[in-house]
Design a protein around this ligand. Structure first.
Ligand code: CO
Length: 319
């Protein structure tokens, strides 16, 4: 996006300038539309689950902005003649189920003939401009809360390599299907300062973007980062997605490394996530209330993984 000439329009409240999760377009004084899209190749074999994961993932950016999803369009790239049309229907049914769970309306979409199957959604949401949760407003002294465990990249790579059992597959699928809705509602209720969702750029990459945008340094206590069971084994067994190395390449030089955690644990900081949790910066005094609201909705994975400190030379500090 940095290669495109900047565009300024008073209707655009959040544009491409701050690497935020979604675009925000002002409709009227207290109403704005939030827009985001994501499309990807299947990461699990079950078509219905793939559809569910894609929808949860596409709505995640909407939730990260403190908005609620209203409606979505399907985007499907499908190899005609090679795969049965029932498969397409299953994927779309999965997406539709998750949209309905979120209270959003499936609005049809578009299919393109393509050599490789891909599916995703373009989601539109709504937010009161006063409650937009940006990724560039973290404040020194804030606690950093992560709401889902990480490791979807290494675990789905283990799956591709035939090295993940059914139980492991169920676990990682369940994590990816969880909506970030409750986390978004809880962060608005306690008045968090900033948020982003953890996706392809990994925990380290998205944390670095939050730190740079907020002109602070983010300190992550590596040992406190929750991992999906089996993720560390998958990483040590070499089931490493290409995206992890790419993230490491771009983000490591922006990180001061103080941690004595082993190499595999550290590498998971760069693991690209699909439908990851929210990373939320909030005053330490509201962490307990946030945790209580999450537990009331049945969520137990949320953890404080670090804090926001005065800007140092590097935006990220791994301790
Ligand atoms: Co995002």
């Amino acid at each position: 996006m940095a290669m495109l000439p900047p565009l300024s329009d008073p209707r655009v409240l959040v544009g491409t300038g701050t690497a935020d999760d979604a675009g925000v377009y002002l409709l009227e004084k207290d109403r704005a539309l939030v827009m985001s899209t994501d499309v990807f190749t299947p990461i699990v074999d079950d078509a219905r689950d793939f559809g569910r994961i894609a929808a949860a993932n596409a709505m995640s950016d909407i939730y990260a902005m403190g908005a609620r999803p209203l409606a979505a369009l399907n985007i499907m790239c499908f190899p005609d003649g090679e795969l049965p049309f029932e498969l397409m229907a299953e994927i779309i049914l999965g997406g539709r189920e998750t949209l309905l769970e979120a209270g959003a309306v499936p609005m049809g979409g578009h299919t393109v003939s393509d050599r490789e199957l891909k599916y995703g959604l373009a989601v539109i949401g709504e937010v009161d401009p006063k409650s937009i949760m940006r990724n560039d407003a973290a404040r020194v002294g804030d606690a950093l809360v992560l709401t889902k465990p990480i490791g979807t990249g290494v675990l789905t790579t283990a799956l591709k390599n035939g090295a993940l059992d059914d139980e492991g597959l169920r676990r990682v699928t369940d994590v990816m299907m969880i909506l970030n809705r409750d986390a978004a509602e809880a962060m608005l209720e306690v008045g968090a300062d900033a948020a982003t969702d953890i996706t392809g750029f990994g925990l380290g990459g998205h944390a670095a973007e939050m730190a740079e945008g907020s002109r602070v340094t983010i300190e992550i206590d590596v040992e406190k980062v929750p991992l999906i069971q089996g993720a560390l084994d998958a990483a040590s067994d070499g089931h490493v997605p290409g995206g992890l190395y790419t993230n490491q390449h771009y983000v490591r030089r922006r990180a001061a490394l103080v941690s004595r955690a082993d190499g595999h644990t550290l590498s998971l900081i760069y693991d690209p996530q699909t439908s990851g949790g929210l990373l939320i910066a909030m005053a330490p005094k509201v962490v307990e209330a946030f945790d209580r609201i999450m537990r009331e909705h049945g969520h137990t994975a949320q953890r404080v993984i670090g804090r926001v400190i005065d800007a140092e030379e590097k935006p990220l500090r791994l301790v």
